[in-house]
Each structure stands twice: as C-alpha cells, then as structure tokens.
Ligand binder design. Structure first.
Ligand SMILES: [Zn+2]
Length: 231
C-alpha cells in the first residue's frame, strides 16, 4: 500500500473558518486550533503546545492574504497557549486572553498552565488586551466573534461564537474539562457556563480536543453528555 506523505492541510468548517492545528495536523500535544478570517480581522483561536508554532503558522499563512491580526487564547493551558510567544514574535499579532487567566500566561506557572504535565516550559507572553464577557471582535462586515466568559475548567476560560453562512459556530475549547484544583477549576461555575452555551443553540461546536460537532442537536448532546458525566 502506498503511504500518504502529503502534508497536513487545513480543514474547512465554513467560509473563512478552518481548523489549522491539532494532534494530526501539527503536533500530538496540541489542542485543536481554528482560524476565523475576514477582511477586518484574521483571528487564530488557540495555538498548540509550542513546538509546532511554525507549522500552525504555515497553515495559517496559506489561507491568508495578510498577516494574522489576533491570537485569541481561550484559557491558559500550555496545549492552547504554548506557541503564543513565537507567534506573537513572528506575526506581531495582538494576543488576547481573559484577565483571570492572564497571570498564568505572564508568569509561566508550570502547574496552573499544566506545562509540568506535558514536560514543557511555557514561554511567557504579555497580552495586548484582556477579554471580558460580551466583547466583540469584528472579522468582516457581516461576521463578528463574540466572547462568552465560561469559567469552570479554569477561572478565565472563554468561548467565542460567530454566525457564518447562517450557521452559529461555537468555539468551545476544553468545555469537557478536565477539572483540577491546580487549574483553579470550579464545577459549580462550569455548570452555569455550560447552560449559557446550551442557551446559544449553536449549529456547530468546534471543540478543543474532541473535534467538530454538527448539527445543533449533536452540539447540545455533547454539552449535555459532559454535564451528566460530572454530577
Ligand atoms: Zn485546558
């Protein structure tokens, strides 16, 4: 059998929305990363554990006519933020994270960032702006990324959603957990956060490790499944 040696390619989710990183795209330690791009902003959502930063950027630049404008970090775990310093250096993009997780990004705390789990060292980054609930990032005239603060997995976890081609796409990284006192997890807050996500009635869920779910019934089923696994 001939072996497929073609390079990994971005996976299209909707117009201007692609998966550009993940275990079988960039590095086994990476979360799934997504690019949401339009004429007004080109946003990378999470960026893997670090060693694969250039591979992710190669995939991103193959999709863009202009440099990346923003790196949106959903929370401060190394499999999501490890590449942030290098990507900021190489592209000059603005790094965004919620204020409650920002201290992990700026200190490189090996426990809070889970870097010690991965046997990696987190290169610290100064964020350019701190995200808060209901922030809006305009991507193109008819597409805006909206931030939802979803504490639970970590105190400063956020999700983002946008409507593209009539479909509501929810970027919900690590909404499945895991939960640990070392991360500052809070199951009570997490349940309320999951209810907020259910109320969005998204048509597509782009998750951080479990893949992409659609249609709306599958999205709700996945979130409810997580809720019933942590009673
Ligand atoms: Zn995490």
């Amino acid at each position: 059998m001939p072996r497929d040696i073609s390079p990994a390619a971005p996976r299209k989710i909707a117009t201007g929305v692609h998966m550009v990183g993940g275990p079988d795209l960039s590095d086994p330690r990476d979360c799934l990363s997504y690019l949401v791009a339009g004429s007004q902003a080109q946003v990378l959502i999470d960026c893997g554990a670090g060693p694969s930063a250039r591979r992710i950027l190669d995939m991103v630049s193959g999709l863009l006519d202009q440099p990346l404008s923003h790196l949106l970090l959903t929370h401060a775990h190394i499999d999501h933020i490890g590449g942030a310093a290098e990507i900021q250096r190489l592209t000059g993009c603005k790094v965004l994270i919620h204020g409650l997780d920002a201290p992990v990004l700026t200190s490189g705390d090996p426990l809070r960032s889970a870097a010690s789990w991965y046997g990696l060292r987190l290169e610290t980054v100064q964020p350019d702006a701190l995200l808060t609930d209901d922030d809006i990032l305009q991507v193109r005239e008819d597409v805006a990324l909206r931030i939802v603060h979803t504490p639970g997995h970590t105190p400063g976890s956020v999700c983002a959603w946008c409507e593209v081609d009539g479909h509501k796409i929810l970027f919900g990284q690590d909404i499945h957990g895991p939960f640990s006192p070392a991360f500052g997890s809070d199951l009570g807050q997490w349940r309320s956060s999951m209810q907020r996500l259910l109320d969005l009635e998204a048509d597509v869920l782009a998750e951080g490790h479990h893949g992409v779910f659609r249609p709306a019934a599958e999205v709700a089923h996945f979130i409810r499944q997580q809720l019933s696994a942590h009673v």
